[in-house]
Design a protein around this ligand. Structure first.
Ligand code: ADP
Ligand code: MG
Length: 685
């Protein structure tokens, strides 16, 4: 249970004054659903104003604070602006201008003859100086000088700076003092403020130490939770699985394994022999051959008399895996089955029975294979494909299935830089497939201006005439998914005019059976062109597809582009990936796209992407799925995460139950960052 001292932070934003139904939506859009989110909603930047004694001192375009005397009201007829003309100490005239409804209250605040402190941006309007919608109007000089530095918050439509500012102040008022969870030596060395002070500072002005401290909190919470998983796992009893080769010897693979595959299988086999359950990540670029490695691991489990389960994030992937595994392992006499959410009735019953009586050796499926009603005779190994689609919390749930904790092999194709690997999988051992099977052709990648789209469509036509297939990816970038889908639908209709029934459309809101039907038509080769939003499943394998077009490629993360590109180049034919770019692409944007042309190595791309995006820019968690963080930016992650990781490891080594004073504080930290499952692991110890 979350400690009471944190409760004020976890109440809904609506409990703050001034939050009505009208602004609930925009707040939600910014992710500000609870008070806690509001305190961590940091300004993008700060406006710096200068106090001037008269307007001669100020330049046009400058943010100033100045004292003025109101001399005249000018209301225009109808919907025109309201102007209060005011003079400074030297008699210079300036118009304070309001449009729309705001003019009513402005008029009241500025009676003729009144002397007021005004904060805002000085502009020139015709012959006259003016300040449009002054940020502050006050008869109190001290209050005005308090506004010399002001935060500028990220907004959503329907919100204003003063509104968000007021919510933040209220939220900060509710923020309790916290005991310190950061190691004292580090605090002293970095001269970091304590938590509550750091929050106040971070909202008040540009304060790198405060922002670092708060970012570090997030990184530490994450590392700590992962370390707790690791330490909990070490104390669990697992079941050593040692194969005797009787099934693996009968495997008739059409190719020799790569060295990287052989090495990884060896590492996994070594883990499986231990008492302590395996926690291993198999990281390998698209097409590096993770499935075979998983199969070998599962066969070891089966040889040792246990069952193995393979979890895929989607129905389509589960089916594809099932078919691959069935084809490869079926001849060895191992019984492979498929279970998804769509299996109902008798079919489902019989699969459940098979899992319970042990006649099914390997089950492949979606999360349906871990529902409560599913019981295993003896589950020894869980393989999780495309691990990045699942959180650590989910991962933990999966391993509660066996009588003893099953071994876990997680697999991911998301090429992420080493620092981020630490962040996301810090509790696991890592095997890397850093080598592609031989004979793969490089995918010819071209960057083309969207103006030349017609030529690109002609290229698709040639491709189809030649018997190949193609993908067309529309971006998911606008604020609303509905709009994105509308754009994809429009593209689909346009393609349909040209290519008729050979085109299918797949997007996130399509009913699962329609989506599967479309995917299947494409996979069978009946459909030649697949138009899709980014939902094209990672891992889907259609070797005959040799052309991929990605619209507005500059909007994607490099890792994501790389994964999309990996859908082609799977067969023997030469493949092409066309990155269509808009005309307003930044310098960095161009550089990033150029990189896609130059390298096919996902890990290189990931590192370079990180370097190019540099510090300051937050990783959109949604954008490329490569950061679990909201507060720490890329630069902070790179600089502070290794420290947090080591610190977390030391803390857990010394105080496994988080019982010391600092340990207790660290528990608060875990709750604060909603790593509740991390704390729950402590119950046993
Ligand atoms: P991923 O790592 O993306 O899951 P897959 O396991 O789907 O990759 O493998 C991609 C393709 O490469 C498959 O068609 C698979 O049969 C093939 N493959 C895997 N290992 C090898 C190998 N050692 N030599 C040649 N082809 C291989
Ligand atoms: Mg795969």
């Amino acid at each position: 249970m979350r400690p009471e001292s944190l409760n004020p932070l976890f109440v809904e934003t609506e409990s703050l004054e001034g939050v009505g139904p009208k602004i609930r939506k925009p707040l939600e859009k910014l992710g500000l659903t609870r008070v806690r989110d509001v305190i961590y909603h940091f300004p993008d930047r700060f406006v710096q104003r200068r106090a001037v004694t008269d307007l001669d001192e100020a330049g046009v375009g400058e943010q100033i604070v100045v004292s003025l005397t109101v001399v005249e009201h000018r209301a225009s007829a109808g919907r025109g602006p309201f102007r209060a003309l005011a003079t400074d100490a030297k008699g210079n005239v300036c118009s304070l201008t309001w449009f729309g409804r705001a003019s009513y209250s402005a008029r009241r605040q500025l009676p003729i003859g009144a002397k007021r402190w005004i904060a805002g941006k000085l502009e020139q309007y015709g012959q006259m100086l003016q300040i449009v919608h002054p940020e502050h109007v006050s008869d109190d000089g001290d209050a005005a000088f308090g506004k010399l530095i002001e935060p500028v918050y990220p907004l959503a439509e329907g919100l204003t700076q003063p509104k968000v500012g007021s919510l933040v102040s209220q939220a900060l008022e509710r923020t309790p003092e916290m005991p310190e969870w950061i190691e004292p030596g580090l605090m002293a060395r970095e001269k970091w403020p304590v938590w509550r002070e750091a929050l106040h500072l971070a909202h008040r002005n540009d304060h790198p130490a405060a922002r670092d401290r708060l970012a570090y909190d997030e990184l530490l919470a994450n590392s700590l939770a992962l370390m707790l998983v690791r330490s909990d796992n070490r104390r669990r009893r697992g079941r050593p699985l040692r194969g005797n080769g009787r099934f693996r010897d009968k495997l008739n693979l059409p190719f020799p394994l790569t060295d990287a595959q052989t090495r990884s299988i060896g590492e996994i086999a070594g883990d499986l022999e231990q008492d302590c359950p395996m926690l291993r990540l198999l990281q390998g670029d698209v097409g590096s051959g993770k499935t075979v490695v998983a199969l070998e691991a599962m066969l070891i489990a089966v040889e040792a008399g246990a069952q193995a389960a393979m979890l895929a994030p989607t129905e389509i992937l589960a089916r594809q895996h099932y078919e691959t595994l069935y084809r490869m392992a079926g001849p060895t006499g191992v019984n492979v089955a498929l279970l998804t959410g769509r299996d109902k009735g008798r079919n489902r019953e019989s699969i459940l029975m098979g899992l319970l009586d042990g006649s099914i050796d390997i089950i492949v499926g979606t999360h349906a294979i871990f529902q409560e009603s599913v019981a295993y005779k003896d589950l020894g190994l869980v393989v999780i494909d495309e691990q990045h689609r699942f959180g650590v919390g989910q991962r933990l749930m999966l391993t509660q299935k066996g009588r003893v904790t099953p071994h876990t092999l997680a697999m991911t194709a998301t090429p992420i830089p080493r620092t981020l690997t630490l962040a996301q999988y810090g509790e696991m051992e890592v095997s890397r497939l850093d080598e592609l099977p031989p004979g793969r052709q490089a995918i010819d990648t071209r960057v083309i201006s969207a103006e030349r789209m017609a030529e690109v469509v002609d290229g698709i036509a040639r491709q189809i005439d030649g018997g190949s297939q193609a993908y067309w990816v529309c971006p998911m970038v606008r604020d609303s998914e509905t709009e994105d889908i509308a754009a994809a639908e429009a593209r689909y209709l346009a393609m349909k005019e040209r290519f008729g029934d050979a085109v299918v459309l797949v997007h996130g809101q399509l009913k699962p059976d329609l989506k599967d039907a479309a995917m299947e038509r494409f996979a069978r080769g009946d459909a030649k062109l697949l138009v899709a939003t980014t939902v094209i499943e990672v891992g889907v394998d259609v070797p005959n597809a040799t052309l991929m077009v990605i619209e507005q490629a500059e909007r994607f993360g490099l890792a994501q582009l790389h994964q999309l590109r990996g859908r082609v180049g799977r067969g023997t034919k030469k493949s092409v990936c066309i990155l269509l770019r808009g005309d307003a692409v930044s310098e960095t944007g161009r550089e990033r796209l150029a990189l896609m042309r130059e390298t096919q190595d996902g890990f290189v791309l990931a590192e370079e992407d990180l370097r190019l995006r540099g510090g300051g820019e937050l990783l959109g968690t949604r954008q490329s799925g490569d950061s679990p963080f909201r507060i720490a930016d890329l630069e902070q992650i790179q600089r502070l995460l290794p420290i947090a990781h080591d610190d977390a490891r030391l803390l857990v080594e010394r105080d496994r139950g988080l019982a010391s004073e600092r340990g207790q504080a660290a528990r608060l930290l875990l709750y604060l960052f909603e790593r509740d499952w991390g704390v729950q692991l402590l119950r046993g110890g």
